[in-house]
Design a protein around this ligand. Structure first.
Ligand SMILES: Nc1ncnc2c1ncn2[C@@H]1O[C@H](COP(=O)(O)OP(=O)(O)OP(=O)(O)O)[C@@H](O)[C@H]1O
Ligand SMILES: [Mg+2]
Length: 309
């Protein structure tokens, strides 16, 4: 449905998007996962034809999107990261405004607004002014605005940042429900658990590049058989790091402030020895956690840093 080939976007000397390629298939929920500044919003702005690319091609159903941007805009629904609503108007009036922009009016507009209110669960409050809404309700209204013209492809840019858990769950359920009805969705986030939950395929972005892509299982397979041992310490000295570094059966050791992350094949074989070395070093241990690999671990493995720093 959507094919992105060698996309580049520079802002002066900043390479916000640095030659990325991916394909979104009809009917899937496609995840774009990456930390702050990875280039997710820039990628979305170019796909939405709001920004011209510095290089590369984007094809929607085989056609270059910049050949006829208006035609593409009708097929896309974009939920921007920054909320775009009129605070002094009601939810209903905001939806009317967006509906008019998409060319909807009269009975058709009213019908679509009613349907959208049902989807986003704002029925009871839709006549209230938007400045009386919670952050989560505003986000839901923003999603509603992108759904009015029944887009074929819905692009959501971090739609759950900074909202209450109830609204967050509602949004995640909405994404799944829309997907079940056949809508294709690009879901951008830096919460790996959301992407794990929603997406059939995932691209992990960092510093303008795609560092890994595939299904969740394929990504986790990249570090299969590896287990992470996390040690939370009172303090860490070089002697302890040297001692752990000399052990057999350890792939990699990372230190972040008072935490040590150890990647190994089999925690059972080495955990007792690790704890003995920590105790002998005189550095106090606060807690130990043994984790099976997840997307967070994949990201750590590929970049050497945590997703949420
Ligand atoms: N209009 C702009 N002018 C200059 N630099 C920009 C502009 N927009 C984005 N950038 C830079 O491009 C890089 C990628 O930014 P982008 O907003 O695409 O990241 P992101 O993955 O969406 O991050 P976040 O999770 O914080 O939203 C950053 O270094 C950012 O500072
Ligand atoms: Mg962004």
């Amino acid at each position: 449905m959507l094919k992105v080939e060698n996309l580049e976007k520079n802002f002066g000397t900043i390479k916000a998007v640095d030659g990325i390629s991916f394909e979104v298939r009809k009917g899937e929920v496609f995840g774009l996962l990456g930390p702050n500044g990875a280039g997710k919003s820039t990628t979305i702005s170019v796909i939405s034809t709001l920004l011209p690319p510095s290089g590369g091609v984007i094809l929607f159903e085989g056609k270059d999107i910049f050949a006829d941007p208006k035609a593409i805009q009708r097929k896309l629904g974009v939920v921007p990261q920054d909320i775009a609503l009129y605070p002094t108007l009601s939810g209903y009036e905001n939806l009317s405004f967006w509906g008019n922009l998409y060319g909807l009016s009269g009975g058709e507009l009213k019908k679509r607004i009613d349907e959208v209110c049902e989807i986003i669960g704002l029925n009871g409050r839709i006549k209230d002014r938007v400045d009386k809404y919670s952050g989560g309700m505003k986000r839901r209204l923003n999603i509603g605005a992108a759904l009015l013209h029944m887009p074929e492809l819905l692009i959501m840019d971090e739609p759950t940042v900074g909202i209450d858990p109830q609204s967050r769950n509602h949004i995640l359920d909405t994404v799944l429900a829309l997907s079940r009805q056949g809508m294709t969705i690009i879901y951008t986030s830096h919460y790996m658990e959301e992407v794990e939950y929603l997406c059939s395929r995932i691209c992990i972005m960092d510093q303008g590049r795609i560092i890994a892509s595939g299904s969740k299982d394929e990504l986790v397979e990249m570090i299969s058989g590896k287990t992470m041992i996390g040690l939370q310490m009172e303090s860490i000295d070089q002697e302890l790091l040297n001692s752990l570094g000399s052990m057999e059966g350890i792939d990699r050791i990372e230190q972040q402030e008072n935490q040590i992350q150890i990647r190994c094949e089999n925690a059972d074989l080495i955990l007792a020895d690790i704890i003995a070395r920590v105790t002998a070093s005189g550095n106090h241990l606060r807690s130990v956690a043994v984790k099976k690999p997840n997307l967070e671990a994949v990201f750590l493995h590929l970049t050497g840093k945590a997703l949420r720093d």
